[in-house]
Design a protein around this ligand. Sequence first.
Ligand code: AMP
Ligand code: ZN
Length: 114
Amino acid sequence: MEECIFCKIISKDITASIVYEDERMIAFSDINPQAPVHILLIPKEHFPSLNEIPEDKKDILSHILLKAKEIAREKEIADRGYRIVLNTARESGQEVLHIHFHLLGGRQMSWPPG
Ligand code: AMP
Ligand code: ZN
């Protein structure tokens, strides 16, 4: 998607602080971090949100989640605890319409979320 900011990060038209990349996904630091560790993990294929992920693409979700677990370990937040957030559509507060998981950690989280 030409106008999608996360597709531009994938194509390297916009720079980001990339934490991990492979043929299917990329992870990079959030530009406006809400915790000491705040990393976004996205598939390279453009889907606006979880609502648009078809059954035959479900493997990308587990791939990203397990990579989030590895990154949490590398960032030394795995044992302390971390939160993975997947905002979906308007009332969740999703602003960028390219599906992305937030990996947040390094501070005490509260519940319920705002
Ligand atoms: P959401 O509200 O779930 O759509 O989250 C979008 C996230 O993308 C926010 O946390 C933003 O800070 C982050 N973001 C937006 N533009 C960029 C960018 N160019 N590089 C890194 N993170 C970004
Ligand atoms: Zn995109």
